[in-house]
Design a protein around this ligand. Sequence first.
Ligand SMILES: [Zn+2]
Ligand SMILES: [Zn+2]
Length: 227
Amino acid sequence: MAQLDADGGRAAPAAHSHAIVDDHRHVIDMGRLDMNSRSAAAHVDDGDSGSAGSDDVPSCVVCTEPLEWVAIGPCGHRVVCSACAARVRSIPNPDHRCCVCRTICPTVVVTKVAAAEREIAFSTLPAASEDGRAGEYWYCAAMSAYFDDEQQYEATKEAVSRRRAQYIAQFWLRVFFASLLGVLIGSIFAIGSNFAIGSPDWVSSVGIVSGFTVFSVGLTIIFYFKN
Ligand SMILES: [Zn+2]
Ligand SMILES: [Zn+2]
């Protein structure tokens, strides 16, 4: 069984065991994963010494919280909680890959851990593209997930839309400050060039200020979406 060292987070060499580092900088120790067991214990190292789930209570491989609701994809891994699935699968960077095996999971089914033993036939899931009731499930379009419990569906949907509102507010705040910076730098250049030429020319001043503003906002948007 592989063990992670406390500072580096690297897996020590061991037979039949390897570690996965995902885009969210979590190291998942594959040696401790047992997808078929309800007592699956997984270890995630995100900087500190970390703590593994106990043998009796299954824990989420991403946040290490005890698993109550689990998101299951077609690959069959049952080790990610619904809150982490919602975070990973929705904005700002929707990622539909399984946190364990990186298989693309176009949809997941969120169910109680206690009920997670049952087989889910993904091919027979009702077609859905909008939020709301879909057959015996509730569908959340923002994370492409089916829920078999209405309360959990509503709670997760609310958390996703709260995150979306935060993300949009953050985006516009950055655009606002970028434009302010552009106007400021543009004004400094415009004043400087007017002094150099001798007579103030408002047309070229407006041009310089707008140019810097557009440049600053453009750069901010590009970097925001690249992250
Ligand atoms: Zn989690
Ligand atoms: Zn998987």
